[in-house]
Design a protein around this ligand. Sequence first.
Ligand SMILES: O=C(O)CCC(=O)C(=O)O
Length: 178
Amino acid sequence: MRLSAASVARAVERDGVVRLDGIFPRPLLKRIAARVMRLYASGGLRERVVRDIAGRTTSILPFDGPFLERSFCANPRLLAIVENLLGGTARWSSLEVVMAESGAAAQYQHVDAPLRLDRKGKRYKGDLSTLPPYALALAVPLVDVDEENGPTAVWPGSHKEGLKYPPPPRPRSGGATR
Ligand SMILES: O=C(O)CCC(=O)C(=O)O
């Protein structure tokens, strides 16, 4: 179903997440997947790893090739949605790919860009989940995903729960971040 920008905003306010279908053309997604796999095969992703959770790696992608195509970086439908949620001054901040090797550890629930309202060393204990969004993460599956191959987990409320106090616990073994 093609949601209007207003319906997306309502879903984000309610659930913190929303599923968008058909934003990017399939041929573009295939070119992006091929670009990522070439980088992976050449070892280029290894050099750009920012997080490695026992085989679940996140690497920074170069903003070039298919990512510079208008249908990706200036996708009119996406821009309308983002502008409605964040206003017209929103900018891309990073482009990353998650690769889960067989047997990799699970990702834990976390906040990517926490607002720091702490004071004099005191942890802010308010509920940040009621604030309007100030940053968005767009997760784009490049392969068919299921519970077995370790997709990024989102569910209705996942990105609200993460902003409540106390934050979700971080497992001891979870997540070497560089
Ligand atoms: O590991 C994942 O699936 C998502 C990665 C993520 O949440 C992050 O990069 O902050």
